[in-house]
Design a binder for this molecule. Structure first.
Ligand SMILES: [Zn+2]
Length: 222
């Protein structure tokens, strides 16, 4: 199935289905339910920190980071002062942790940031930071998730830091549903959606091939 440019880049959601308050790619519903049930059996209440995200929302995240209205982090997770960085440095810092608007896998309804609700300590907010999943309250859940995702059709595109997007143990993706979409999402496609409303437009358009190779195509294959 070929998706329209709008569907591929999060500018419409009419092709997605609603399930338990989530917007899902129709092909992932069965596997998602199976994963959730398997988690329940193992003692984990699967929670979704982030599912579908629209182009508009991603654009807002992007622009706010660029303009210093939302924290911008370095590779170690320390806060950077965007006013001390040039355009290129800012964009590279944003791309480690946030996708270019139009290029987020969260636009597809196939990718989910997950956690075990019942393992979150009281009065604790999930930070989506690696330590939570490696040594913190989500560690046993993460071990379980790594083992059980493949059988349910999911994998971890950011399971390793490949020099592009940072390590994101919470981010799972539906393998079969994303494969054709990733193929369709080319630099040419992305150039069409980066309007002047996206901060850093000129730099992005000039470097789109590099951004694509480093941050979009450069993911674990699962
Ligand atoms: Zn994610």
């Amino acid at each position: 199935m070929t998706w329209t440019l709008e569907a591929l880049t999060g500018q419409t959601e009419t092709h997605l289905i609603s399930f338990e308050g989530l917007k899902l790619h129709p092909e992932i519903k069965t596997d998602f339910i199976a994963l959730k049930n398997a988690a329940k059996q193992a003692g984990f209440t699967l929670g979704i920190a982030s599912g579908f995200r629209s182009f508009e929302r991603q654009k807002m995240i992007w622009n706010n980071k660029f303009l210093g209205l939302r924290p911008l982090l370095d590779d170690q997770g320390n806060t950077l002062n965007p006013h001390l960085l040039n355009e290129e440095e800012k964009i590279k810092a944003i791309l480690r942790w946030s996708a270019l608007p139009g290029a987020s896998r969260h636009h597809w309804g196939t990718d989910l940031d997950v956690y075990a609700i019942n393992h979150l300590p009281p009065k604790t907010e999930l930070q989506l930071e690696p330590w939570e999943y490696l040594t913190g309250h989500q560690a046993t859940f993460f071990q379980w998730l790594k083992k059980n995702s493949p059988a349910n059709g999911f994998y971890f595109p950011y399971e390793k830091d490949l020099g592009g997007v940072a390590f994101e143990p919470w981010h799972i993706s539906h393998k079969n549903a994303t494969a054709p979409l990733l193929k369709q999402l080319t630099p040419e496609t992305l150039r069409k959606v980066i309007s002047c409303e996206v901060q850093g437009q000129k730099w992005i358009l000039n470097k789109m091939d590099w951004i694509y190779d480093r941050y979009i195509a450069n993911v674990s294959k699962g």
